[in-house]
Write a protein that binds this ligand. Sequence first.
Ligand SMILES: O=C(O)C(=O)C[C@H](O)C(=O)CO
Ligand SMILES: [Zn+2]
Length: 268
Amino acid sequence: MEIRHATAPDQIHHFGTAELRARHLVEGLFGPEVDGVYTHQDRMVVAGVRPSGKARLTAFDPLRSEHFLERRELGVINIGETGTVEVDGVPYELDPKDCLYVGRGAREVTFERGTFYLVSAPAHETFPTTHARLKDVDPVRLGSAGGSNDRTIYKYIHLDGIRSCQLVMGVTVLEPGSMWNTMPCHTHDRRTEVYLYFDLPREERVVHLMGRPDETRNLIVANEQAVISPSWSVHCGFGTRSYAFVWAMAGENQAFDDMDQVAITEMR
Ligand SMILES: O=C(O)C(=O)C[C@H](O)C(=O)CO
Ligand SMILES: [Zn+2]
């Protein structure tokens, strides 16, 4: 597991493309074993696995704990075909884009088939392990074809959905022909947010914008890559094709709407 330190807003104007990517872009998440990045931005763990047999969630060294979820909670989204996550002997069959929340204290978590994206944050309390299916979630339709941002937000882990200590997590799916996510954009100084882009054809890219609203930078992002956005950073993007993405947050509060909106005319 790779460790990444936090970035302060006054550092970003010194970054060239390579340093910006090294600090904020997460590539190569979906190997046969669970692996990923431990970021000091709100101490989130961003990981993934595309199991070839049965893959196990282990206690990586940066955690210094007996098992991964000893002091943490976990959100899992299946971005591939149907697969199984087993938690302490209980199997959960996740269809494409389904979510599983795993509460603090679970000891043995395994993955079979499917392609699983994992986000974890420190937890002070145990909430029940819960499976939520895409088809059972109330979709929130936003944007318009005219704005090239006609999209549907599926909120899974949030104050009115699956309860958690810190994690807030869901999936946004763009309609064919719509390219913009999260525009107009926002920051939320209370939370770090990580986007994982998926369902994007191999040759296509998302131009992801980050940085302070008045000093943005871009990352060119491929399918199944994630971007870590510090609390002070905007996070939005434009695809060369439609795509979906998983958004996940942790930090001070869990109010989804607690956003500091940025007018398009204020962006630089
Ligand atoms: O398409 C969108 O807009 C989003 O999905 C926005 C994210 O959910 C987000 O940034 C929440 O803070
Ligand atoms: Zn956000």
